[in-house]
Ligand binder design. Sequence first.
Ligand code: NDP
Ligand code: N5H
Length: 256
Amino acid sequence: MSLSLQGKTFVIMGVANKRSIAWGIAQSLDKAGANIIFTYAGERFEKPVRDLVATLEGKHELVLPCDVTNDEDVERCFATIGETVGKVDGLAHCIAFAKTEELAGNFSDTSREGFLLAHNISAFSLTVVAKAVKPLMTEGGSIVTLTYLGGEKVVPNYNIMGVAKASLDMSVRYLAADLGRYNIRVNAISAGPIRTLSAKGVSDFNSVLKEIEERAPLRRNTTPEEVGDTALFLFSQLSRGITGETIHCDSGFHIL
Ligand code: NDP
Ligand code: N5H
């Protein structure tokens, strides 16, 4: 089950390890024959990301640092991409962060600093990278980000991340309206809960997964591979008429 993206180049931001949703996307794009450029934030992730990339079928040589809170980093990263490959066809933004202490307890206790940090990394960064990649999308392009139901409905403990995802979701629509004239599409995938490094430390994650298994229309949890294939669709010409959209890849849980 694969589409061909041979000859196309994609930037994937946010692989931390083999459980990352970004890695699910990387595997789908790799199978489709795409050329992939990877970016990571923390230095400590460089080696693990390089080791993982070496396991893919294709030879993907560019693995670059890019902390989305640092304008110089973003500029340097996309300048290197421009100089090396020239044209980019798609970008996967798989980045979010909030302080652990704000992902439990009372929402009304959210700090100003925690609010701004979550919004800076999890929402504003999409606009930052869209602006940086736009000049490289000379033949149009597709930008995909990852969101979660907690930005549409109140989900226990998601707290400040829910508000940041609502901002991200609206950023998708404004960016889609802005960049459509350049044939650049901007969409989000709302993924069901997946046990990744980010989800580590979330108390009760097992019961969240169990509820999906029991109640979601498809009666099973979402896998990174399913999200990867949804991204593959959004990166392919099959989705050429779709922009400003949020596709739920969550076993149908959002309809309940
Ligand atoms: P991971 O922990 O694997 O990925 C999170 C990524 O965010 C890491 O690669 C991390 O980079 C990156 N990141 C954090 N801060 C920065 C920064 N300043 N600059 C650049 N990158 C940064 O978790 P997931 O795969 O779960 O998360 C990916 C996306 O999916 C997030 O947007 C998340 O909200 C979303 N999502 C996740 C769901 C789930 O259940 N897991 C459900 C729905 C949506 P580094 O490791 O290099 O620090
Ligand atoms: C309702 C829930 C469960 C409670 C909330 C979880 C929110 C998770 C999202 C954020 C992005 C997690 C986060 O920032 C963790 C950090 O505080 C600590 N972790 C790290 O620093 C690691 C090392 C790095 C790699 O992580 C990041 N992010 O950089 C939501 C769940 C059911 C679904 C879910 C887990 C959604 C989501 O958005 O990820």
